[in-house]
Design a protein around this ligand. Structure first.
Ligand code: GLN
Length: 237
């Protein structure tokens, strides 16, 4: 393995892999390799310590009880918080977003601590949000698209800003979507989000490498994006 290999941590895929978000790791890996970088995906299993030496950490969506298990595990193994405090980017989707927050209420009515990398509190809403989801934000200059499937609604505190403003779907539940604190990003976008939003993938990679990446012409990705954008109201396409 080359010294400069970018190591993409895929956290607890056995329990945070229900919604296909593990594809985000493949997307980051491929977008690096296509530009000539060495990169590898490092799955971190539920029963192993989380290394603090990976270059970026990904968390996917998961079922309610699996999410509680994942949060407990990540609180017990300090590698993620250590790496994030040292500046490593972290990207969490849905259950991943909720775990990155300070706490979330389970469907048993109990509050569970999150790892606290985002200033976000989550509680279940009466209605499950199952829809296409789209948002416009400042981090990337194209609309973010994906699909959502969650019951939790998330409230941001002053330590996080929203990833975007919802233009279709529910997102956090108050018109905002996702949360950002420094290089820690959470979102309700499945898709996988980084396949559907390559600009977001490249933003995360620019944080990993400390510089912008050259653009990558990918007609297939543009075709997929234009199909998905066609589902949005005309005024924001
Ligand atoms: N269990 C969480 C919720 O329903 C997260 C679901 C998900 O990851 N898609 O809010």
């Amino acid at each position: 393995m080359a010294e400069s290999t970018v190591r993409i941590g895929l956290l607890l895929p056995e329990v945070l892999g229900t919604y296909g978000d593990s594809g985000n790791a493949q997307v980051l890996c491929k977008r690096l390799q296509w530009r000539g970088h060495e990169a590898e995906v490092v799955p971190v299993a539920l029963d192993s310590e989380v290394p603090s030496t990976l270059d970026i950490y990904l968390l996917g969506g998961g079922e309610d009880s699996a999410q509680v298990l994942a949060a407990r595990r990540l609180l017990a193994s300090p590698g993620l918080t250590r790496a994030a405090s040292a500046g490593a980017p972290v990207f969490g989707v849905c259950a991943g977003l909720q775990i990155l927050g300070t706490r979330f209420r389970g469907f048993d009515g109990a509050d569970h601590p999150g790892v606290g990398l985002l200033d976000v509190v989550t509680a279940p809403s009466p209605r499950r949000a199952v829809s296409e989801l789209a948002a416009i934000g400042d981090l990337v200059d194209t609309p973010l698209t994906g699909f959502e499937n969650h019951q939790g609604t998330s409230t941001l505190g002053p330590g996080s800003v929203a990833l975007g403003r919802v233009v279709r779907g529910t997102g956090n539940g108050d018109g905002t979507e996702g949360a950002v604190t420094g290089h820690v990003v959470g979102t309700y976008l499945h898709g996988p989000a980084l396949a559907r939003n390559p600009a977001l993938a490249d933003l995360l990679l620019s944080w990993v490498l400390g510089r912008d990446l050259p653009s990558l012409a990918m007609p297939e990705v543009e075709l997929l994006r234009s199909e998905r954008l066609a589902a949005l109201p005309r005024r924001i396409r």
